[in-house]
Design a binder for this molecule. Structure first.
Ligand SMILES: C[S@@+](CC[C@H](N)C(=O)[O-])C[C@H]1O[C@@H](n2cnc3c(N)ncnc32)[C@H](O)[C@@H]1O
Length: 241
């Protein structure tokens, strides 16, 4: 495998103003190496092509910066982080952010902690459990400046899951793919129920990622509903993912 980053990934970093940092590039190369190595044993991700790891995992995660970015030491939550997306790439390029990763699967938690240790990432908390259970803990409820979740659920359930963690005035940034009209309509109804409104909906414009990828920004208008969490099934009529 090449120990170099591709021109496409480099162009993406440059578009985000990140290309000059050797430290950042080395961190992503190490992350890719560990991910592909662990993937042969633990099946952490369906993406096995080294170039696609750079674009469809790393760059796609960093695309969130196109709708939410700050130099402040904000508190960020990534729900259903899997092998670390989008939380770890964001932490690599925004080291001042305080990042919490929630993941339900034990083997993925082991990998997440391994990556945090390997990349020597400070102020990253890795939580093993289901988001709807962790949302009961006062320490995490209404605590975060930004909450995100990639490829975890459809919008109505996702909003109900994310909103309780977000402080008043905080942001829910949800990366999505494909035709979203129907899902956004259902998301607006669910968002209203949990005290959020859709503020922005914009396409991702990074190289190799213009295939219908979008970023949706919901703002938390009021403190999280005290009745949460109800069953996700109440909104989705479906079992948990
Ligand atoms: C399709 S994977 C996506 C992983 C990662 N976010 C990404 O984009 O590559 C969905 C992940 O969410 C986790 N997950 C699903 N429901 C969850 C819940 N209620 N609480 C915590 N994790 C959950 C699953 O274990 C799985 O790792």
């Amino acid at each position: 495998m090449s120990d170099q980053i591709s021109t496409v990934f480099q162009a993406g970093l440059a578009q985000l103003g990140l290309a000059d940092s050797e430290h950042i590039v080395n961190a992503f190369l190490r992350y890719r190496q560990e991910l592909l190595d662990w993937n042969t044993r633990f099946n952490l991700t369906a993406i096995k092509d080294p170039e696609e790891v750079l674009t469809k995992h790393f760059l796609d995660s960093l695309s969130l910066l196109q709708i939410y970015d700050t130099q402040e030491p904000v508190r960020i939550l990534d729900i259903g982080s899997g092998a670390g997306f989008p939380g770890i790439p964001l932490k690599i390029v925004r080291p001042q952010w305080r990042v919490t990763l929630i993941e339900a699967t034990g083997k993925k938690i082991t990998f997440l902690q391994h990556m945090v240790d390997t990349l020597q990432l400070e102020n990253v908390e890795v939580l093993h459990g289901r988001a709807e259970d962790i949302a009961h803990q006062p320490k995490y409820r209404g605590h975060f400046d930004m909450v995100t979740a990639r490829a975890v659920s459809a919008l109505p359930a996702l909003l109900e899951c994310c909103a309780p963690f977000c402080r008043k005035g905080g942001a829910l940034v949800l990366p999505k793919k494909g035709d979203m009209a129907d899902e956004i309509a259902r998301g607006r109804r669910a968002g209203g129920l949990v005290g959020t409104h859709l503020k922005a909906d914009q396409p991702v414009t990074l190289p190799d990622l213009t295939d219908g990828r979008r970023l949706l920004l919901w703002i938390q208008e009021k403190p999280s509903p005290t009745l949460y969490p109800r069953s996700w099934a109440l909104l989705t009529k479906k079992p948990l993912p």
